[in-house]
Design a protein around this ligand. Sequence first.
Ligand SMILES: Cc1cc2nc3c(=O)[nH]c(=O)nc-3n(C[C@H](O)[C@H](O)[C@H](O)COP(=O)(O)OP(=O)(O)OC[C@H]3O[C@@H](n4cnc5c(N)ncnc54)[C@H](O)[C@@H]3O)c2cc1C
Length: 384
Amino acid sequence: MVVDVYDVVVVGAGVMGSATAYWLSRAGKRVALLEQFSPAHVRASSADESRTIRYQYRGQAAYTRMVAGAVKLWKEFDRRSGTDFYRETGTITLQTRPDFEPLLDGYQGLCDLGYEPRWLDAQDVRREFPQFANVDSGYIMEGVGGYIAAGPATRALAEAAAEQGADVFTDAEVVELRESGGRVTSVTTRDGRTFEGGVFVATAGPWTARLLPDLPVRVQPTAARLHYLRPENPAAYESPRLTPFSVMDTQFYGIPVHWRGCVKVADDMIGEPFDPDRDREHEDPGALAKLRDFLGRHMPGLRDAEVVYSKTCTYSMTPDSDFIIDRVPNLDNALVAAGFSGHGFKFGILIGQIMADLATCGRTGWDLSRFRLDREASAVSQHW
Ligand SMILES: Cc1cc2nc3c(=O)[nH]c(=O)nc-3n(C[C@H](O)[C@H](O)[C@H](O)COP(=O)(O)OP(=O)(O)OC[C@H]3O[C@@H](n4cnc5c(N)ncnc54)[C@H](O)[C@@H]3O)c2cc1C
């Protein structure tokens, strides 16, 4: 039997696991990153071309501070690796009816932290963002936030980890976790390899409940549909004429032209439970009809645009849509980062740094209390 021995074994090479391996290997730790397919494969939540980086968190300063911390690290990663994954375009957040509370909370929360969102009334929106119709008001964050090339950045983190000495194993599905005396002693992959480690980090995204079925906070995979549309007039949908946007009370959001001449438009609702192993590039007439309805009402210039690509992606929902970042109960040397509830990518590089700190010295400077497994995770109908 082949046994490999590491300081830390990380299971799952989405953005969270790849970033964890990146920081651990940068600190000189011997690390194995085990991935059942390949980093940012089509079924992973970290796949695709883009994720929005928005600072607003309905007034929740803890999250906004973490966004700012993560953006610093994304910028540093881009500088070190000569890439431009993060695009600082600013963002707009709109509402179709006045006084939508979450939007007002977000606006106020940003002001309280010293940011300067600029309020736009309906006339301002019409003048500055003629792509939208039937929108009441909203605000723009200029020069703060934007979007990131999700799949490419995830793969680059895994590659950088490998360059720094991490062993990255693809087609390495962990099928067994061996325990003894309240500790994980090793994990075994489907092809029979065994990996021993001082610490184990589970970053398995929507597959978390399979790897760790007894977590006290449940991680439920749900369906989230995204669409890429090719506008007839692409220039009108490019940055800076358009920034990443959210029409908050409709739950639709999007990103300006960035891939194959396409705009991304997606529905941010908490969808139906979804098996992450299912095929996801099938047609979904219901989701398409909902998209066309949104476009017809609020982005009429895109109403008849060709849908070039459409896919069901997976959110990993916790009941309260807060993350899970904690030690696994009854397993002293096992950590878990999961349940990113459709809003985790922007934090990925920071979560990786936090997990690396927890794995190596057992602490971090960030307040993780709301992410603990012993919290009361009450159900919410709308996630962050
Ligand atoms: C459509 C969509 C839009 C989103 N938009 C945004 C956004 O705009 N902004 C934002 O911040 N966030 C967004 N998110 C959320 C964000 O993408 C996720 O929170 C984040 O990518 C989660 O990363 P992860 O590493 O936890 O999971 P994943 O990327 O799914 O990675 C988990 C990995 O673990 C592997 N794995 C699982 N089990 C095993 C095993 N037993 N053995 C080996 N490997 C295993 C899997 O194959 C997978 O590669 C969006 C998500 C979706 C789906």
